[in-house]
Design a protein around this ligand. Sequence first.
Ligand SMILES: [Fe+2]
Ligand SMILES: [Fe+2]
Length: 198
Amino acid sequence: MRVYTTLPFRQILKEGLSPKRYHHSLMVEQTALELAVLHRGDWYRAGLAGLLHDICRDNHQGWQREYMEHHGFDFREEWLQNPQIWHGVCGSFYLKEELGIADRSILQAVRYHTTGRAGMSRLEQIVFVADAISTDRSYSDVEQLRETARHSLDEAMFLCLSHTVAYVAKRGLPLVRESWEAYNEYSSKKGSERKYDF
Ligand SMILES: [Fe+2]
Ligand SMILES: [Fe+2]
């Protein structure tokens, strides 16, 4: 039986994040644990990945870019234009290199929490959705999304990604390939449930 203790990680987060972001991290940990129990996911990994997902969120963007380049990340143009998604990739490198977390499923969940990707694992879905519906979130429709997430992670993923697509379109930004591949996948899953009257 693994003992779930995150105290050492909390201390590291507290030192690197703003109080607001630290609080958000604790809320995402909590929500990820709940979703994992609800959807028969790995609650241990979900809690840990949820807690640590934003570990590099408050690092300067210049630092993030350098850190990613140092680890060989290939910045495509659409990545350059969306710096707010960089911290997912940074976080996965940081957890591996600086904190010695070797568990690939946790690293992937942190890496893709900003973009999604096609073929996401349940753990990746849980962290992605938990980030969107944690109790510190208060945007309109969040209650509806929370309700949806209780029933279906696929459906919640589709709603989150639809929001991402609308968000970048409204600002005239490009959508990174990872996100549109994810969007298309969840959209297709919904499509197979649609009934057309031709
Ligand atoms: Fe994040
Ligand atoms: Fe977050």
